[in-house]
Write a protein that binds this ligand. Structure first.
Ligand code: NG6
Ligand code: CA
Length: 507
């Protein structure tokens, strides 16, 4: 692999001498739990996301774009490594004190971009683990994003509902007062510290399931935390904080090619948008958080324009997994959703093996370089790595699951993947062409969120072109298609398929 890197770097150096400025910047914006129907670009009339839509309408708008997974950690793992996450059993929803699950020696997307001469930065949600499993948050936390290829990082370690509720910049907690050290524990509380159970009167947002441990900013969290008062984030300011970091990053790197990963925290729970977005929709905090995310995208676009580099920047926008309404807080999302369909008519949502789990908004925008196109090509986040490698003439290790679909990403072809294995909490499904096959997983029909999980107890086969919402299981009527779907699927997942996956408890 070392050789490959050297060859890649040499090819870039040889091919690009003197034309450094022509290498386009690449920004990947990944929203958190934003569904296929949560952007107006796909036709939803119940929400308005003009800035996100401008990417879709001015670029390639994929109607068959996928995350690999129906939850965050595995989904982001695939994006960063080009590997199917179900090949790594650590790639499942991580607590905030989990160790980094990407091996420091592993080939990664940011390392690849660095080898092509790019400055690399990661801002926003991380959720791939930080540290070695025994983190002291009062010292520089390593390894993390900076050890797997990002030269700069400013992150939340896991999710906005998990402790530690602090920003971590290049491994250091931002604004920490050494006289008030941070302690984190996911098993037991610290003596005398309030929790949602002991001090419900301190809560400004109520929990529905889980989320009854430490209280920060009046919001109950997953996990226990003590200290670090001066470093605690304020949820309502998080969008502004990260937008500020993004703008600074862009300005500082505008004269060199850069690769920026921007993990939006919306509309993941707890949904606490800034006051200026409150009430912008009739859907309560979830709708308002989506409007806030849209504003963030608008700020990024106008900043690129201001710096004169919008036309030299490829922007890829997507979501880490499908939508959920009640993800553990009583914030009115199910009650106020009205006619809005977060999954855009797809069945299931976050956690689901049905398409609503992984079939997500996916747009590629490159002002002046892409002819706007609605593309039905089957494409996945995992392919970003090999496609950018093609663009930058980098040779990749040959064990990756990432496929080069640069032409599809840039709208020059409407064909991409033949097939794709998607994952939902350890369970796998297989898409090939218009067909999707779900293996016969047992287990409950829904989890506490109410989302359908896709545990059919028998084989499921759906034709997404004819049956977008997966209402009709046609496995019994199509034995030949089932045969070929099964043989293709089992060949790919050989050694990794487990039909008795135990449902991960939501905690
Ligand atoms: C679950 C949480 C949920 C969310 C999810 C991770 C409970 C009951 N539920 O365990 O609220 O945090 O993990 O979401 O605690 S993800 O988008 O980052 O995968
Ligand atoms: Ca998510």
């Amino acid at each position: 692999m070392k050789n490959l890197l050297v060859i890649g770097a040499a090819a870039i150096a040889a091919g690009c001498t003197g034309v450094k400025e022509q290498k386009p910047n690449v920004i990947v914006i990944l929203a958190d739990d934003l569904g296929f129907g949560d952007v107006s670009a796909y036709g939803s009339k119940t929400i308005s996301t003009p800035n996100i839509d401008s990417l879709a309408n001015g670029g390639v708008c994929f109607t068959n774009g996928y995350a690999t997974s129906a939850t965050s950690t595995p989904s982001r793992y695939a994006l960063m490594t080009g590997m199917y996450p179900w090949k790594n059993k650590e790639a499942k929803i991580l607590p905030g004190d989990a160790p980094l699950i990407i091996n420091e020696n592993q080939y990664t997307l940011p390392k690849m971009m660095q080898s092509a001469g790019y400055a690399t930065g990661a801002i926003g949600k991380w959720h791939l683990g930080m540290g070695n499993g025994n983190v002291d948050w009062n010292k520089t936390v390593r390894p993390g994003a900076n050890e797997i290829g990002f030269q700069y990082s400013c992150l939340i370690a896991a999710t906005n509902d998990r402790v530690p509720t602090v920003y971590v910049e290049n491994g250091n907690v931002v604004g920490l007062d050494p006289s008030d050290p941070i302690s984190v524990d996911y098993n037991k509380n610290f003596d005398g510290e309030p929790t949602a159970l002991s001090n419900p009167e301190m809560l400004k947002m109520q929990w529905a399931h889980g989320h009854n441990n430490s209280i920060v900013n009046g919001i109950p969290r997953i996990g226990y935390m003590k200290g670090g008062k001066s470093a605690l984030w304020k949820d309502e300011d998080m969008a502004d904080y990260f937008v500020g970091k993004v703008k600074t990053y862009i300005t500082e790197h505008k004269d060199e090619p850069f690769f920026l990963y921007y993990g939006l925290h919306e509309p993941h729970v707890p949904r606490a948008p800034h006051q200026r977005f409150v009430g912008k929709t009739t859907m309560g905090p979830r709708g308002d958080a989506i409007v806030e995310a849209d504003w963030c995208v608008g700020e990024l676009l106008s900043h690129l324009e201001k710096e004169g580099i919008l036309e030299n920047t490829i922007i890829i926008f997507s979501s880490d997994n499908g939508p959920v309404l009640n993800d553990g807080y009583k914030d009115g999302a199910p009650e106020m959703v009205g006619e809005h369909k977060p999954a855009g008519g797809l069945r299931g949502g976050k956690y689901s093996l049905f398409d609503g789990g992984t079939h997500v908004p996916f747009f590629v925008y490159w002002k002046g370089h892409i002819k706007p196109l609605k593309s039905g090509a089957l494409i996945c986040h995992i392919d970003i790595m090999a496609s950018l490698a093609e663009m930058l003439h980098i040779d990749l290790p040959d064990n990756l699951d990432s496929e080069n679909h640069l032409d599809a990403l840039l709208g020059k072809s409407d064909v991409a993947r033949k097939d794709l294995v998607v994952e939902a909490q350890g369970r796998l499904a297989y898409r090939n062409g218009d067909w999707v096959m779900l293996p016969p997983y047992k287990g409950s029909e829904r989890n506490l969120t109410g989302n359908e999980l896709g545990n059919l107890g028998e084989y499921g086969l759906y034709n997404l072109k004819l049956d977008f919402s997966q209402d009709n299981n046609v496995a019994a009527d199509n034995p030949e298609i089932m045969d070929s779907m099964q043989s293709n699927f089992f060949e790919i997942v050989d050694g990794y398929y487990n039909e008795n996956v135990e449902e991960e408890p939501l905690k």
